[in-house]
Write a protein that binds this ligand. Structure first.
Ligand SMILES: *Cc1c(COP(=O)(O)O)cnc(C)c1O
Length: 446
């Protein structure tokens, strides 16, 4: 045992095996990991009375560095069949939008400067014009996410006042976003009406008191009630509500596409007479993370001036990305569409061709199956569509296959259904088909 034979940190740092990690993790972090591994190794050989083996130590260091790299935010391959997958970053942005936004991001911009008169400007810039053109509505406001949008709306209009919400809509959406809790947090008083499956217009009207400020309609994002269920007709509700009571809709997904089962468009609610409609920018709309609030000008103005707005306002990147995205949407540009729109545009043969393209390497072990893909990300689970997926039929524990796929670089994320690994080509980008094919080839060969 000759502890001095352990290579010095500086030497390790300059090894060609280690240098790539300077780029991935930064030199100080690589150095810290090496020091820690050396300490561990020193203890290990003392305890076991071994001689120094720098090759062994190198392998320990590489494993530790690799593990650290897994924490870095990086692209992954989505083979889950869920287009807007919250764990996988929701909507991917069109590359063109990112490129178009980069100049204003990396230089100074007129974020809060009015270039017409040189005075302090409005952060929203041209966005209300674009949003109103795309969705309808009079005015618009951007906040960090939809949860913030609802919080701000409640804070501004319902603090200490009653908000009527259907029992069927008191939902938990994803991680920790519960309607009753967000109401309580903003100081509003929840007044629930109807039953889990039925709420009528009269249920709402009967619940109105002198202290009622708002009716809040919440899109049932992650569940729906099969069978005997009915929600109040929003057009009737809007007509019958007393003028001083706000009708607010948490639409959730930002959907503006017709024909998605169970998903009404944002326009639908605005046309129906909602005073405010809010939704996420990074679900079906396919933009950056944001909460978008549309509605009447005077109401939006109250929100703009609210002190909490300072807490919820997004960074410049959000405004610029949404602006660049909406230009393509307004131009109906076929080359720059949301992921959801892109996938919906393809006929079922396209789905089958993709699945065949992968399965061809081993048709007996990779079998084509009829499956459904989901829009996902807190849109209605009714939004399911036919696709062709691949079932991996090999005598290896499915969890092991999932792990092998995940260990690929980039990671491939697939799912297990009924003890079988299922690969959904529908959510792959075109240039990922070949990669998935290669990895499956390797797994089958072992
Ligand atoms: C997703 C969703 C939210 C939360 O939106 P975030 O942008 O994630 O804050 C709230 N309400 C509904 C109906 C949703 O679908």
């Amino acid at each position: 045992m000759q502890l001095s034979q352990i290579m010095q940190v500086e030497k390790w740092l300059s090894l060609t095996e280690i240098q790539p990690y300077h780029v991935k993790l930064s030199r100080p972090i690589v150095s810290e990991i090496i020091k820690w591994q050396i300490d561990q190794y020193r203890e290990f050989i003392i305890r076991n009375n071994l001689s120094v083996d720098n090759i062994r130590l190198l392998s320990n260091i590489i494993i530790a560095l690799e593990n650290e790299c897994l924490k870095c935010l990086q692209p992954v391959i989505n083979a889950t069949g869920i287009i807007v997958h919250t764990n996988l970053g929701r909507s991917p942005l069109p590359k063109m939008v990112w490129d178009n936004a980069s100049d204003a991001m990396c230089r100074y911009s007129n974020l809060e400067l009015n270039l017409h008169n040189g005075k302090r400007g409005d952060r929203m810039g041209i966005l209300p014009t674009m949003l109103n053109r795309y969705f309808g509505g009079e005015s618009a406001l951007l906040v960090n996410n939809n949860a913030a949008a609802i919080h701000l709306i409640l804070k501004a209009f319902a603090q200490g006042k009653e908000v009527i919400v259907s029992r069927g809509e008191q939902v938990q959406i994803g991680g920790g976003f519960r309607i009753p809790e967000i109401l309580a947090e903003s100081g509003a008083i929840l007044r629930d009406v109807g039953t889990t499956n039925i709420t009528t217009v009269d249920d709402y009207l009967d619940a109105i008191t002198d202290n009622t400020s708002m009716v809040l309609i919440v899109h049932q994002s992650n569940y729906y009630i099969e069978g005997f269920s009915k929600q109040a007709d929003i057009i009737q509700l809007a007509q019958k509500l007393p003028k001083h009571i706000l009708l607010v809709v948490d639409q959730g997904s930002g959907n503006q596409l017709n024909g998605i089962s169970g998903e009404k468009t944002v326009s639908h609610y605005l046309k129906a007479g909602a005073h405010l409609v809010c939704f996420s920018g990074d679900k079906i709309l396919g933009g950056p993370q944001s909460g978008i609030i549309l509605g009447q000008k005077s109401i939006i103005n109250t929100l703009v001036k609210h002190p909490m707005m300072r807490v919820f306002r997004p960074g410049k990147e959000t405004y610029i990305l949404l602006e660049k995205l909406l230009i393509h949407y307004l131009n109906k540009d076929n080359d720059v569409m949301s992921r959801v729109q892109t996938v919906l545009n393809h006929p079922l043969e396209w789905h089958k061709e993709r699945a065949e393209q992968i399965a061809i390497i081993a048709p007996n072990q990779l079998t084509l199956i009829n499956e459904k893909y989901l829009i996902g990300g807190g849109t209605t689970p009714k939004a399911q569509f036919d696709t062709w997926a691949i079932e991996v039929k090999i005598a290896i524990n499915p969890h092991l296959i999932i792990e092998q796929l995940r260990n690929n670089k980039p990671s491939i994320i697939a799912t297990i259904k009924k003890d079988k690994v299922i690969i959904y080509p529908v959510t792959l980008f075109d240039d990922e088909l070949e990669r998935v094919k290669k990895v499956l080839q390797q797994i089958l060969a072992n």
